[in-house]
Design a protein around this ligand. Structure first.
Ligand SMILES: [Zn+2]
Length: 266
């Protein structure tokens, strides 16, 4: 698991969540003979978490894996006997949006993530060799400032819109503005590269399919203005992604392909 998580971290930096900015809190208490951990979650989706004690930066004991449900107050999640080794006690935590026991509903039909009757070209499709290796992601070419509409209803669990930086190297990945919407089947839609202050929604907002949520942009790791769209779900080894059906002006449901243009239904 550790290796898989590490691989995941190296390959998918923007997807990692750390601490309070994401609505969860971990508190460490030293109680008599043990080190006890408490966690709370103010966010609107569960987290799948791995937590492990550290002594002087060395991992100690066995890791705990647990689900931290949405909207829960501080409660005990892990406890270790006080380590025999003297040193500074701390912990590492990995947190993933979602719950691995929930399976994605692959029959759901998504709408195109832009305004009715507008058309966009797919620059890179599922498993594309440029930057979508092993990812069911879609890149829709669009001018900066194009309205983005929710492809599926859900609740907003993350908004980043403070960046005006974009560029062609992975160093820019952390600067990508994005919105994440959590769906009822436990999947998460990521809308990436949005413009600065381009969000029309905030964390906790309930969103309906087709609702205007943002303006597109070119922030983060990006070679040209576009929307990067991906549907992910938590697994015990990090995130997976799924291909999804879309409704277009021509078809009730279809999978989208690279190098084609698709018009949103009116
Ligand atoms: Zn992409």
């Amino acid at each position: 698991m550790k290796n898989l998580l590490l691989t995941f971290i190296l390959s998918c930096l923007p997807c990692i969540v750390w601490g309070q900015a994401y609505g969860y809190t971990i508190r460490q208490e030293i109680e008599q003979d043990s080190i006890v951990y408490y966690a709370s979650n103010d966010n609107f989706c569960p987290y799948y978490m791995e937590l492990q004690l550290q002594v002087d930066s060395l991992l100690w004991g066995k890791p705990y894996f647990f689900i931290l449900p949405a909207q829960t107050t501080l409660h005990r999640v892990a406890s270790y006997p006080k380590p025999a080794r003297a040193g500074k006690v701390g912990y590492v935590v990995y947190a993933f949006f979602g719950n691995p026991s929930q399976k994605p509903d692959t029959s759901h039909v998504y709408s195109l993530p832009y305004a009715p009757k507008t058309k966009h070209f797919i620059m890179q499709g599922y498993l594309g060799r440029f930057s979508h290796r092993n990812q069911y992601a879609l890149d829709f070419k669009m001018d900066i400032g194009t309205p983005i509409h929710a492809a599926r209803g859900g609740v907003v669990i993350k908004v980043k819109q403070d960046s005006d930086k974009g560029g062609r190297t992975s160093a820019f990945a952390q600067h990508g503005n994005h919105i994440i919407i959590y769906h009822e089947d436990g999947t998460l839609a990521y809308y990436y590269h949005l413009s600065k202050d381009g969000s029309k929604v905030k964390v906790g907002d309930k969103i309906t399919q087709g609702q205007w949520i943002a303006l597109s942009g070119n922030t983060g790791w990006s070679t040209a203005p576009h929307l990067h769209f991906i549907v992910k779900y938590a697994t015990e080894n990090g995130y997976g992604s799924v291909p999804t059906w879309f409704r277009t002006s021509k078809k009730e449901r279809t999978y989208l392909k690279a190098w084609k243009k698709y018009k949103a239904k009116s």
